[in-house]
Write a new protein. Structure first.
Lengths: 256, 505
């Protein structure tokens, strides 16, 4: 119950944050503009529209996660409100979990609104609305769960600015991790193994990117089989949990 | 000295491969990277190992004192180590991009060095060409778009359209756009709609169909199940080539691609209009098979079209007429084989075809014979034979070809009249001289239809049926033999329809 109460309060706090509305507005604007870019194209206008819409949802959700998530814990410490929460019979893990779930809830609402608007906009534009697109949006949400966990991790250990920088770096590097392994090609085996270890430890956010497949999905309208979707979901949840545990490890040892 | 485009590209590649800047950078960057990684990892390990410093802790004496002294910097170690490792991860990514010639700063330096190299050789045109022909590799664009190749592909596609509509360096448009489209396919290999449209643009820019076909093949390798790509590849070769010598190969390739389309369509679930599309393609393959001298295939497909009750009446009638042609050509090719075998054995051509006819008596291909037992072609005419050249031809097929060719010759006469105050050519030789002079001008090169009808030498004197056209200089009219009348020529097509399409009669 404590976790739920903190989560709901975090959600209320997040939806009062102006930055959420600014990012939401930009995301919606980019989705609207995508159609005009599609008009410029000779053929494949619908494809470009869908690509841009999915990318807009992805990037602006990522920004919400980074900008709100990285300040969550720090703000409580900075304003000393954390004392009142922890003074009550609330464990630190409950506080951390509540904060995380609250932000995930914010993300879910944000993503649902943007995605709903995007799919309706596609439908109104006579562009194909396939199950693949829904799959891509679902995996974007799972990706945001991982990113939010990373943002909370840094927020529990550092200042908002540094956390935002770290999380943004992870967000970018996570998209291109597979090339870290390729970097080891031609090097001694121990170097290759080390790079592979780095690759394994970094979040492979590219797993959640099925946007190109979703837009070009033809067979049954699916971007990937449901089994694959399940595996990627498990990966995302496992990684997010591991990061939250690490965040708790730091947070539990922290003095205010 | 003028450099070809290939030489410019080679010089560019050499400039990139052996650029001193990159080599110097590569030598120390790996060492620095591993040193940085070790330092970052050490800082993070220390952060975990070192005890937290609180005021209540009594600082122990001895070696542990150092550890407690360092514990003041735990936070700095966490931040320093974390930043270092993350930056190194990003650096790793950037190094890969640099390998792929992606990031602009590094690429510009190498590019400038290459330009200087080319400029030093005094070939400014080659340097300019290398400049505007530059295109980043798809791999590097994936980095720029943070792992979103679809967005990079969209960007490439939209940018390429500027080059389609603008008068960008006429002559190099094809090469430039091919680079765009190859990068596009590298980024988004399954974007078949773009591949199809790209192929259409390329085929409009380049007369060399084989170069465009290569692009389609690359797209088909990535999308083997997509029949539309194969169809477009086939359509490339349906338009007759300017060089009639490659016509046979064009037809063979087109037929091959269309057959692939049919094979793919047959494995896919039934969709509306599929059977009709397959039937139309088979008809097209049959016609192409005649052009590529695959008469047996044409014979079978056209007869199948005639028999198929699902086809429209018009299609069955046209197929019946085309079948006469294919069958006649098949028959003459069979006799020709025997004539050639005779020549190989006796070292001279036979004086007449009678011995050949005796040999083919049992061949089911030959159904009609005249009162003397001489086989007739499918049109019902005797075969023609030139004992000097050893050539066997079907009179019916030649007549049919004459009907097509005479239209072109008549057009030539009209053009001659327009240029000569409505005067008719006095002889066909005069017309021939005028035609060759007219088409010697590069501004008015003959169309594929003209070279197809008259041959590469633009012969307007001889008709396909082995003698000169019957030309009347007074009226300027060419008269065809009476048997070229459609009713006479295609009488056997009606017979065929009676036999295989009685319900339509």
């Amino acid at each position: 119950m404590i976790v739920v109460a903190i989560a709901l309060n975090t959600f209320k706090e997040a939806v009062r944050d102006k930055i959420l509305y600014v990012l939401f507005a930009f995301g919606a604007l980019m989705i609207l503009v995508s159609r005009a870019i599609g008009w410029v194209s000779y053929g494949s206008g619908e494809k470009i529209m869908a690509d841009m819409g999915l990318a807009a949802i992805w990037i602006f959700s990522g920004m919400v996660s980074i900008f709100i998530g990285t300040g969550l814990i720090y703000k409580e410490i900075d304003k000393r409100t954390i004392y009142t929460i922890l003074a009550k019979p609330a464990e630190r893990w409950q506080f951390l979990g509540g904060k995380y779930l609250g932000l995930v809830l914010t993300m879910l609402v944000n993503l649902t609104l943007l995605s709903g608007g995007f799919l309706i906009y596609l439908w109104l534009s006579n562009a194909p609305v396939t199950m693949g697109l829904v799959q891509a949006l679902y995996l974007t949400f799972i990706e945001m769960m991982v990113l939010t966990a990373i943002a909370i991790f840094f927020s529990s250990a550092s200042t908002p600015i540094l956390s935002a920088i770290f999380t943004t770096l992870i967000f970018y590097v996570g998209q291109v991790t597979k090339w870290i392994v390729e970097l080891g090609a031609g090097n001694p085996p121990w170097v290759q193994k080390m790079l592979y270890t780095v690759y394994l430890f970094l979040p492979n956010l590219h797993n959640f990117n099925i946007r190109d497949k979703a837009v070009l999905a033809t067979e049954n309208g699916l971007a990937v089989p449901y089994a694959e979707l399940g595996v990627v979901t498990v990966y995302g949840l496992a990684y997010a949990s591991a990061v939250l545990l690490a965040a708790h490890l730091i947070f539990s040892r922290r003095n205010f | 000295m003028e450099q070809t485009l290939d030489e410019s590209a080679k010089a560019f590649a050499e400039g990139v491969a052996y650029n001193a800047y990159w080599n110097d950078l590569a030598q120390w960057s790996y060492t620095a990277w591993y040193a940085g990684f070790a330092l970052g990892a050490a800082l993070l390990i220390l952060f975990v190992v070192l005890p937290r410093r609180t005021e209540s802790v009594i600082v122990p004496a001895g070696p542990k004192r150092l550890l407690y002294a360092l514990s003041s910097y735990r936070s700095a170690m966490l931040h320093g180590g974390g930043i270092l490792l993350l930056v190194l991860c990003a650096v790793s990514s950037q190094s890969e991009v640099d390998h792929a010639r992606g990031f602009l700063a590094d690429q510009d330096r190498r590019y400038e060095a290459m330009l200087k190299k080319l400029g030093a050789k005094g070939d400014k045109e080659a340097a300019r060409r290398a400049q505007y022909m530059y295109m980043p590799r798809g791999n590097s664009l994936i980095y720029v778009t943070a792992g979103n190749p679809a967005l990079a592909a969209d960007y490439i596609w939209l940018t390429s359209q500027q080059y389609v509509v603008n008068s960008f360096r006429r002559g190099q448009k094809f090469e430039m756009l091919l680079k765009f489209y190859d990068t596009l396919m590298e980024l988004e290999p399954h974007w078949t709609e773009a591949a199809i449209n790209a192929g259409k643009v390329l085929s409009a820019l380049e007369q060399d169909r084989y170069a465009v076909e290569k692009f389609y093949i690359r797209a088909i390798v990535n999308n083997p199940g997509n029949h539309r790509l194969a169809y477009e590849a086939g359509r490339l070769f349906v338009v007759p080539p300017l060089n009639p010598q490659v016509r046979k190969d064009y037809s063979r390739r087109a037929a091959g691609w269309f057959q692939r389309v049919i094979d793919q369509l047959k494995t896919q679930p039934t969709v509306e209009g599929r059977e009709r599309f397959i039937s139309e393609l088979q008809d097209l393959i049959a016609r192409l098979s005649v052009e590529s001298q695959s008469y047996e295939i044409a014979d079978q497909l056209l007869l199948k079209n005639v028999k198929d009750a699902k086809n429209s009446r018009a299609m069955r009638e046209i197929s019946a007429r085309d079948w006469l042609n294919a069958r006649s050509l098949l028959m003459s090719s069979r006799i020709q084989e025997r004539v050639d075998a005779f020549k190989a054995q006796k070292l001279h051509f036979p004086l007449e075809l009678t011995p050949m006819f005796k040999a083919i008596r049992g061949d089911r291909l030959f159904r009609d014979f005249d009162e003397n037992g001489i086989p007739l072609d499918a049109y019902g005419f005797p075969f023609r034979y030139d004992a000097v050249s050893g050539m066997v031809t079907s009179h019916g097929a030649d007549l049919r070809r004459s009907i097509q060719s005479v239209v072109i010759v008549r057009n030539m006469i009209e053009m001659f009249q327009r240029e000569n105050q409505s005067r008719n050519p006095a002889t066909l030789q005069e017309l021939q001289a005028w035609v060759r002079t007219h088409y010697a001008n590069p501004q008015s090169s003959p169309t594929p239809a003209i070279t197809d009808a008259l041959g590469i030498d633009l012969n307007v004197i001889d008709s396909p049926f082995g003698k000169a056209w019957d030309y009347d200089a007074a009226s300027g009219v060419i008269t065809l033999p009476p048997e070229s009348d459609a009713k006479i020529l295609f009488k056997n097509a009606d017979r065929l329809m009676d036999e295989f399409a009685p319900e339509l009669q």
